[in-house]
Design a protein around this ligand. Sequence first.
Ligand code: FAD
Length: 308
Amino acid sequence: AFDVLTIGGGPAGAATAIYAARKGIRTGVAAERFGGQVLDTMAIENFISVQETEGPKLATALEEHVKQYDVDIMNLQRAVELVPASVPGGEHEVRFASGASLKSQTLVLATGARWREMNVPGEAEYRNKGVAYCPHCDGPLFKGKHVAVIGGGNSGVEAAIDLAGIVAHVTLFEFMDELRADAVLQKKLESLPNVDIIKGARTTEINGDGNRVNGLSYEERASGEIKQVALEGVFVQIGLVPNTEWLKDSPVELSERGEIITDARGMTSVPGVFAAGDVTTVPYKQIVIAVGSGATAALGAFDYLIRQ
Ligand code: FAD
């Protein structure tokens, strides 16, 4: 059994493991895919003190750092159920798809999130080749170019406002006939000279030349007509889905959006169960933030343990 068991091996899980192991307590990490979302990206330019790196490189560095310590790493393990301690201060259990199960006095849930995809032709093919999901991360790579933002909710409209300050031109596409973002954001968006808004539009395909994105096809829903726009980047902003499906039957309290609710020390509604990173309600999903919240959760777990 462990003192601290982290579920998830992204930046948050790696930071948790290092902070816990440095306290000299029994530490484990079980992850479906060690490295997490970082593995799906190329250029990373905002991880403070690392001017520029690539996703797979950072993922390897995270793992190497964790391996400097006495940490049990269990890769390719997908958690399917959390069974909370039956008595206060008792051990929690996590069950895995493989049939294995692990017990620990504290847990740190760091299963991250995934961007909701449009699932249209070209989207997967041109991922990181013009198709992007994170304006804070990839916006500067499109300096001076024409890009699209898909989605007229708060995140889409915020992304369009943000990008309009960096790129040459932004076209925002919304499926419905009205944007869903807050009025103040819509007003700001409409005031920008280099932004077009196309409502009632269903994206049907991301076009490219084999190497990079060069356009987008959409259906004008009112007429059923298919139209095309030439552009060099597409930011998909139709939602971020937390990986909490496996917690649905557990007592861990989730927000309306399915994110794990934590207190300032990273503790969830279940004593001894902590959470960190993109899977939580902590705003702004970024590596540096995930790493920070992983450290918080590990220290929170340690504080909890010494009080038992
Ligand atoms: P994740 O990285 O999502 O890791 C989750 C971990 O949990 C993984 O190991 C996963 O396999 C595991 N897991 C999930 N479900 C289960 C389960 N049921 N059982 C066991 N394990 C499970 N941020 C930046 O700061 N800068 C950037 O440039 C940047 N670029 C990005 C580009 C792309 C394309 C994407 C997708 C994201 C980017 N981000 C960037 C965001 C950043 O990657 C995330 O904020 C960060 O990875 C979150 O870390 P995390 O540890 O909370 O979760």
